[in-house]
Design a protein around this ligand. Structure first.
Ligand code: FE
Length: 165
């Protein structure tokens, strides 16, 4: 009986150590953190966004190619959602796709974006949106560079660039 109790005690201590040693999830490392959603009415978004941002982010519009200053952004930093500020892409994954839209081969964290199947314009494309506010960002295509082979074709108006400190 004494033995059984000490085994249980030992197991409890071991479990306590395991819990204490578990590292906190690191943001931006592909952890499966839960993103708390931001929900606003159309009227609320209209107040917060410019007409161009509203058209793309809330109405799935597309900015004209080669119009975003972010096409030429080559500094180190992060691209955040223009509507809610969630970090979406790193300059480390940006590449020149020649399409006229800012392009990346991976999101900064897979949990920061969501995708849906978009069957508009007689094509099937994969739509990409912000996981927190649902804002439309662009599309992802399977013709990108290594290592992922993906091309996240983003509307620059949906993004804001924050240079690295
Ligand atoms: Fe957002």
């Amino acid at each position: 009986m004494k033995f059984a109790i000490s085994v249980i005690a030992l197991a409890l201590v071991a479990a306590g150590i395991a819990l204490a040693a578990a590292p906190a999830p690191a943001v931006g490392k592909g952890t499966s953190q839960v993103i708390e959603k931001i929900v606003k009415t159309d009227a609320e978004w209209k107040k917060l966004l410019t007409p161009e941002q509203y058209n793309v982010l809330r109405e799935h519009g597309t900015e004209r190619a080669f119009t975003s200053p972010l096409n030429h952004e080559k500094h180190k930093g992060v691209f955040v959602c223009a509507a809610c500020g969630l970090t979406l892409f790193s300059s480390d994954t940006k590449f020149d796709s020649g399409t006229g839209w800012p392009s990346f081969w991976a999101p900064i964290d897979p949990t920061h974006i969501g995708t849906t199947s978009d069957k508009s314009f007689f094509m099937t494309r994969t739509e990409v949106h912000c996981a927190r506010c649902g804002g439309h960002l662009g599309h992802v295509f399977p013709d990108g560079p290594k290592p992922t082979g993906l091309r996240y074709c983003m509307n620059g108006v949906s993004l804001k660039f924050e240079p690295a400190q």
